[in-house]
Design a protein around this ligand. Structure first.
Ligand code: ATP
Length: 236
């Protein structure tokens, strides 16, 4: 059984059909990439999975449970965490506060403290600056904080929306090394990314979205050299 199973998902914004009849799966232990041009529906798909958007039809099954109608905090409790596009750290709060916020659904205070310590070991630059306001961090550091904050809920599935957005190439490589490492340590990841080549090189499987619909999918290693993927990614 897949960890995440999206069946026939459609999401509208008023009259705009952002996602149409999309089906995809993510197996436990995988990194799965969703690529496509601007406006293809990638962010909409992630926000439907994290329950921030209500689908007009379709089902979202997570760990065997239909969670299509659950509120977002229930999705977090069940094990889904999202690092949103644009990172959205709380700029006027400290790094420590941002991490505590990531654990807002948890009641195990001692374990939360231990996890924060672990995050500081995993992301030493956050540890060095723990009392500093998140808004004073560099873009790359804010991205690390957004990922660390998401991990604070101890997710079974981590949703990453455009982690490379606006970052210098050397920082992007660092972020992707972190993504691969998190996966090697057991985190299952659904990744949305503009940098298609990098995303495919860092994932097991890829789905290509065009104008809200899935056009093709397959093993990332095979799709990375496929001209149709390049075409879709560039928007036709
Ligand atoms: P991007 O890389 O630009 O974020 P995307 O693939 O994530 O692109 P979505 O953000 O999911 O695409 O957008 C899918 C479609 O829905 C687009 O046509 C977009 O204009 C539209 N859309 C997105 N958000 C809204 C909104 N809040 N209100 C109305 N239309 C929206």
């Amino acid at each position: 059984m897949a960890l995440l199973n999206i069946e026939g998902l459609s999401v509208n914004y008023g009259a705009i059909q952002a996602v149409r009849d999309l089906s995809l799966t993510v197996e436990e232990g995988e990194v799965v990439t969703l690529i496509g041009a601007n406006g293809a529906g990638k962010t909409t798909t992630l926000r439907a999975v994290s329950r921030l958007l209500r689908p007009v039809s379709g089902r979202i099954i997570f760990a065997g449970r239909d969670m299509t109608r659950l509120p977002p905090d229930e999705a977090v409790k069940l094990g889904i965490a999202q690092s949103p596009e644009g990172r959205q750290v709380l700029a006027r709060q400290s790094i420590q506060d941002n991490l505590e916020l990531g654990a807002y659904t948890r009641r195990d205070a001692a374990a939360v403290r231990a996890d924060i310590t672990r995050m500081y070991e995993r992301f030493p630059r956050l540890g060095e600056r723990r009392g500093q306001l998140a808004g004073t961090l560099s873009g790359g550091e804010q991205q690390m904080l957004a990922i660390a904050r998401a991990l604070m809920s101890r997710p079974r599935l981590l949703l990453l929306d455009e982690p490379s957005l606006g970052l210098a190439p050397i920082i992007v490589r660092e972020i992707f090394a972190i993504i691969r490492e998190l996966n090697e340590q057991g985190t299952t990841i659904l990744l949305v990314e503009q940098n298609a080549r990098l995303a495919m090189n860092s994932s097991h499987r890829t789905y290509v979205l065009e104008a809200g619909q899935m056009t093709f999918s397959g093993d990332s290693a095979q799709l990375v050299g496929d001209e149709r993927v390049l075409h879709a990614y560039l928007g036709g």
